[in-house]
Design a protein around this ligand. Structure first.
Ligand SMILES: [Zn+2]
Length: 107
């Protein structure tokens, strides 16, 4: 996945286009990501007991990953992400994300 939990993303499609937010949860199998404060839906909870009030709960519905771009923490721009494989001293291969704008490795 190009985008991980805790990343900042910019929405490039749909009704929240142009907005930015922090990634709360990633659903790799569905290629969807929920972003803090974006694409909010309201769930109505019915009162369970008599005398209790119904509740409205706002929650961010997951957005498709193709509708967002990662905001690079190094150059602060919405950037495409590439991957780079580096071999450690122990000979282990590790994949890094690389910002295509500033070419810096993103942790
Ligand atoms: Zn960058």
């Amino acid at each position: 996945m190009k985008i991980k939990k805790g990343d900042k993303v910019k929405i490039i499609g749909g009704k929240d286009r142009g907005k930015t937010g922090k990634v709360l949860q990633v659903f790799p199998d569905r290629e969807r990501i929920s972003v803090e404060g974006l694409n909010l839906l309201i769930k109505h909870m019915r009162p369970r007991r008599q005398g209790e009030k119904g509740q409205r709960i706002e929650f961010p519905a997951p957005l498709n990953i193709s509708n967002m771009m990662l905001i690079c923490p190094k150059c602060n721009k919405a950037a495409r992400v590439g991957f780079q494989t580096q071999v450690s001293e122990k000979g282990k291969k590790k994949k890094y994300r690389v910002c295509k704008k500033c070419q810096q490795v993103i942790a």
